[in-house]
Design a protein around this ligand. Structure first.
Ligand code: FAD
Ligand code: NAP
Length: 321
């Protein structure tokens, strides 16, 4: 079990964490970045990325994150594979404890822990997870070659998942609880034009239906969102794409967060309520949630941390606040 001492400890290696690391390293702050359970973050579970500026051709999410991680490392970031399971933010230097047992002692902390897929919360959904129920089409779509699948949700993720699944499945049914999608118009256009995709509006999933031995999905029981009227749909696989929950359990009672668990940063900055702790990316953003905005606020967090360190070296500690 080791102790790691740093001026800037960054939790998370998505676009926010990597960008914070690039800026902090280039400011000679020798940051340490801890990967967490998803090295590279959410973009590692997608394929095409068409809206990250700087690339005229379509790029792949996992490739983009490999490049960001390598860039952070090349400019001087120490990257450690560990999961932070405990933090003490009651005094500086802050202390974080890794799943490995390692201790991280830091003058400032950049929280870039992002978000993770949300589930419907049905018992039957849980029962069939990994046996026909998934939250990642790019990870599991291949298992449904020539089969019929359903996608739940009406945002960008649901539409992208549905389009991606047409590469494997014979038919994709998108089920949405309302009568209109919130996904970008360009994605909606592709969805509606696709011959393999059908949309069921105004329905929610009441239960996932399936077999016991072997465990597997055979269909869904749907309920009309307004009338409650039930109907069944035969499918082989279910992809849940209903949004994300911020990874903030670690900070409950320690950092200010809103009712949904998103960290609250002071307007126009990444400063949290604890001086020296900065929040960036999806963990503090329930509105934009894009790779480029995560990277942008990652940059802000590193600059805020640099400024904080500069100010706290002055006799008047906490002057930055
Ligand atoms: P994340 O990418 O969520 O990364 C969080 C990081 O924190 C991970 O490395 C994780 O391991 C780490 N972590 C979590 N908890 C801990 C802990 N306790 N200790 C240490 N580390 C921890 N956006 C676009 O702009 N374009 C797209 O085309 C696009 N496609 C998408 C497709 C899908 C399927 C999804 C799900 C999202 C997509 N997005 C897209 C959104 C984009 O991926 C996110 O906005 C972005 O990844 C957020 O970056 P982040 O750095 O804030 O967090
Ligand atoms: P989202 O935009 O929050 O959409 C979630 C969808 O799931 C909504 O349509 C919502 O319905 C539905 N939903 C939520 N809870 C539900 C429940 N319990 N039962 C049934 N349906 C439910 O989430 P997202 O699509 O994952 O996108 C997250 C962020 O990442 C967004 O900012 C998005 O722009 C970004 N992203 C971008 C891209 C891209 O740029 N290409 C790709 C993927 C994701 P309502 O509409 O009724 O609320």
């Amino acid at each position: 079990m080791a102790e790691h001492r740093t001026k800037v400890l960054i939790l998370g290696s998505g676009p926010a964490g990597c960008t914070a690391a690039i800026y902090a390293a280039r400011a000679s702050l020798s940051p340490i970045l801890v990967h967490g359970m998803q090295p590279g973050g959410q973009l590692t579970i997608t394929t095409d990325v068409e809206n990250y500026p700087g690339f005229a051709e379509v790029i792949q999410g996992p490739w983009l994150m490999e490049q960001m991680t390598a860039q952070a490392e090349h400019v001087g970031t120490t990257i450690i594979t560990d999961l932070i399971v405990e933090v003490d933010l009651s005094r500086r230097p802050f202390v974080a404890i890794g799943d490995s047992g390692d201790r991280y002692v830091a003058d400032t902390l950049v929280v870039a822990t992002g978000a993770q897929a949300r589930w419907l919360g049905l018992d039957t959904e849980k029962k069939f997870q990994g046996f026909g129920v998934s939250a990642c089409a790019t990870c599991d779509g291949f298992f449904f070659r020539g089969k019929e699948v359903a996608v739940i949700g009406g945002g960008n993720t649901a539409v992208e998942e549905a389009l991606y699944l047409t590469n494997h499945a014979s038919k994709v049914t998108l089920i949405h609880r309302r009568g209109e999608l919130r996904a970008e118009k360009i994605l909606q256009k592709r969805l509606f034009a696709h011959p393999k995709i059908e949309v069921i509006w105004d329905h929610v999933v009441d239960a996932v239906l399936g077999t016991e031995a072997p465990l597997g999905v055979t269909g869904l029981r749907l309920a009309h969102a307004a009338t409650g009227a039930k109907r069944e749909l035969a499918i082989d696989g279910l992809f849940v794409a209903i949004g994300h929950t911020p990874n903030t359990d670690l900070f409950r009672g320690k950092l200010d967060m809103d009712a949904e668990g998103y960290l609250i940063a002071k307007p126009g900055s990444t400063r949290t309520n604890v001086p020296g702790v900065f929040a960036c990316g999806d963990v503090a953003d329930k509105i934009y949630r894009q790779a480029v905005t995560a990277a942008g606020t990652g940059c802000m967090a590193a600059l805020d941390a640099e400024k904080f360190i500069g100010h706290t070296e002055l006799p008047q500690a906490d002057a930055a606040e």
